[in-house]
Ligand binder design. Sequence first.
Ligand code: GSH
Length: 148
Amino acid sequence: MTQTPKLALYLFEGCPYCERVRAAVRDLQLQVEERDVRRDAAHATDLQAATGRGTVPVLRIEEGSDTRWLPESADIVDHLYVTYGEGRSPTLLATRTIPQVAVGIAMALAVTAYFTEPPVRGWLLVVAVMIWALRDRWALVGRWIPGT
Ligand SMILES: N[C@@H](CCC(=O)N[C@@H](CS)C(=O)NCC(=O)O)C(=O)O
């Protein structure tokens, strides 16, 4: 799909918040140039100059002579769906529903573990910690899962 504004996404590999935006870009089949701030120092410098900080993701929206810089993954995802979604809602990955549910399950397991006798307690705690550790990595995993 093509669109009038030229979109560039400032990011770096392995950044979970950037993966949320990538999930939206994939879902909406948008043409967005990716600018990795860790691979190209010029992109990092441009981002710092424009936003005053190095935090990613940031979407650069160029429309004619007008350029806007949009930070915050949730705001970027909202913007993309409102502008290009044709009424569609963000996917579970783009809204971070999956990591949030994972945190909920991990906390429930941890609480359960507290009231359970060993050795079940130990195993529940291990599983809870693993789910918690993966909470923001699902977007990376989800890159290979169709329909997410
Ligand atoms: N609330 C922000 C968080 C973004 C964030 O924490 N990005 C991390 C990478 S995943 C980052 O850029 N850290 C480096 C820094 O803040 O300078 C969002 O949702 O976009």
